[in-house]
Design a protein around this ligand. Structure first.
Ligand code: GLN
Length: 568
């Protein structure tokens, strides 16, 4: 079938002359897939992704097939060019998509690998519309926000539904209702609900209840106004989840209920909790899962036996939270601002390992701009282990190298991630191999010993955006190494995002001096894991192992670090 036919296929209502311009993809079965649509009001940062992933998890436990999608308002094609200190970490999917950190939340909560189909930005939507326009796909019509741009959004969701055979697609709309850049997403969802018919879509409005210290009571007006704004867009919420610091009282819930036509039992309190992994239980307690199922008319699709098993496993995991018997402190070299979001996956990976090992992992952040060989010991005296995470550019790199040296020479457990791996190679080259002023050409392109150099395939890349060595790659593990003992396998898959690598010319010299490259790319001389034997724990990887750590399957390199820190 040609593109043009595909655009128009499957729906008799679609024609050039009618206003029903809604591209239904071939093979789409109306009614098979239902949609839960999550929007936010009052402020951003409510945790829409956390909420949506927890609800999706409850549905997955019941044997339903779920597929999330994040719709971002910004015009960037992906998150790769965004500064993590402004927008949170760049999460990398196995297929190489650089996306919003919320996709990490979904992958962890659902223990499921996602793909580029689960992430859309306004930039992607407009790009696709403009490409179709140039291709002549709009059959002489003027191309408009409605129906063409909104049509493109619906097309994405329906394609995702077909591809994943989902019972429920969870749609998370970025930003807050009222943002100009997200308005067309909300309009598209209103159209979707209209086209799919009653009980096909469940709109969840997340909002925030203020509790000003000076008043000492909860205030729901901002929430009411936010919901009103959503209703002005033609969307009637079916469920309202009230975020707040403390449990939301009946009075506030009643006010919101009356104001929004949402029955009181569907206006729920979603107050702060110590761990995101406790939120599924919170949603379950207030019966949220069954409210959604009833609304979508799919109670008959669930498998309660599957749910019992899955829920028991989950509770075994969450029961361990807060009952840790030991505390360790891990130092992370990172800039001070908005650390939680910029290093979300590392924090999560440490939490997973801590829970598994019965250990409360505290984090000590420190900037390395002023760290030197002389003061490193002082700065690191209170930590039980250290992580040098990924990064770009020159700032703080000499301090990071000093930290690596301190860890190597003082039996301090160390995990290097991506840039941290490169720092470990440089430190070893300088201080053990005697290659004075060895460096990465990213940091100093005139170094006499470029032990870290640009990947050959990256030499011809000029533009920015989506062109690093990205995504899941297999790592071949050398037998009889610490890595092999840890992974218990000859091959592991990890996720990458880098332009530089260990320069192959120096591999032999470095290995001769005692550093072991225990993981490499199967068909190229790209070094991917390094380790030192005879040290309590000194390991680093060119990959980002934090991206594949899952609550009940903590990533091995993080487990190893926490374990070593506990022994210290
Ligand atoms: N800047 C380094 C590189 O491009 C490391 C990248 C990273 O830490 N993600 O290779």
């Amino acid at each position: 079938m040609t593109d043009k036919n595909e655009l128009l296929a499957g729906a008799s209502e679609v024609s050039v002359d009618s206003e029903y311009f809604s591209p239904i993809p071939v093979g789409y079965k109306k009614g098979k897939t239902k949609y839960v649509i999550v929007t936010g009001t009052v402020m951003s940062g409510l945790g829409k992704g956390i909420f949506s992933s927890c609800l999706a998890k409850l549905m997955q436990d019941k044997g339903l097939k779920v597929s999330p999608i994040k719709l971002e308002g910004y015009l960037n094609i992906d998150s790769g060019t965004l500064n993590p200190f402004r927008h949170g970490e760049v999460f990398v999917l196995d297929d190489g998509m650089e996306c919003d950190m919320d996709l990490g939340t979904y992958e962890r909560m659902l223990d499921q690998n996602l793909s580029k189909d689960n992430f859309a930005t306004s930039g992607q939507i407009y790009r696709d519309v403009l490409e179709k326009e140039r291709h002549g796909d709009y059959l002489g019509r003027d191309v408009q926000m409605i129906p063409h741009v909104t049509g493109e959004v619906k097309l994405r969701l329906r394609n995702l539904a077909i591809k994943t055979n989902a019972d429920i697609v969870f749609v998370e709309i970025g930003g807050t209702v009222g943002d100009l850049e997200n308005a067309f997403y909300i309009e598209a969802m209103r159209e979707l609900a209209y086209e799919e018919g009653p009980n096909s879509c469940c709109f969840v409005a997340l909002t925030y209840i203020l509790e000003p210290k000076t008043l000492g009571e909860q205030k729901s007006k901002a929430a009411q106004l936010g919901i009103k704004q959503l209703m002005q867009c033609g969307v009637q919420p079916d469920i309202i989840a009230c975020r707040a610091a403390n449990p939301v009282g009946e009075k506030s819930r009643q006010k919101i209920s009356v104001y929004s036509n949402v029955p009181l039992n569907r206006v729920i309190s979603l107050h702060d909790s110590t761990s995101v992994y406790q939120i599924p239980a919170m949603l379950r307690e207030c019966g949220m899962d069954f409210e959604v199922l009833r609304h979508l008319h799919i109670e008959d699709r669930i498998n309660l036996r599957s749910e019992r098993g899955e829920w028991a496993k989950w509770c075994d995991f969450t029961d361990k939270i807060g009952k840790e018997k030991q505390t360790v402190t891990i130092g992370i070299t990172g800039k001070y601002t908005s650390l939680r979001d910029s290093y979300a996956s590392i924090i999560n990976a440490l939490e997973h390992s801590g829970i598994a090992l019965g250990c409360d992992v505290k984090i000590n952040w420190f900037d390395t701009t002023d760290v030197t060989d002389k003061n490193a010991g002082d700065i690191l005296k209170d930590v039980d282990g250290i992580i040098v995470p990924g990064g770009f550019g020159v700032r703080g790199t000499e301090g990071k190298i000093a930290c690596v040296k301190y860890a190597r020479t003082n039996n301090m457990p160390f995990l290097g991630i991506c840039l941290g791996f490169q720092m470990a190679v440089i430190e070893f080259a300088r201080n053990v191999c005697g290659l004075k002023d060895a460096n990465s050409t990213e940091i100093n392109d005139k170094t006499p010993y470029p032990v870290i150099d640009i990947l050959p395939e990256q030499k011809k890349v000029n533009a920015m955006g989506g062109n690093m060595r990205l995504g899941g790659q297999d790592v071949e593990i050398k037998p009889d190494t610490i890595a092999y003992k840890m992974f218990k396998s000859k091959s592991v898959r990890m996720r990458f995002r880098h332009r530089y690598e260990v320069c192959p010319d120096y591999i032999e010299q470095i290995e001769k001096a005692g550093l072991i490259f225990s993981g490499k790319a199967p068909s190229q001389p790209i070094m991917q894991i390094l380790e030192l034997q005879g040290h309590p724990y000194f390991i680093a990887t060119q990959a980002h192992p934090c991206l594949t750590s899952r609550p009940m399957r903590p990533q091995q390199m993080f487990l190893g670090l926490v374990e070593a820190a506990m022994k210290k």
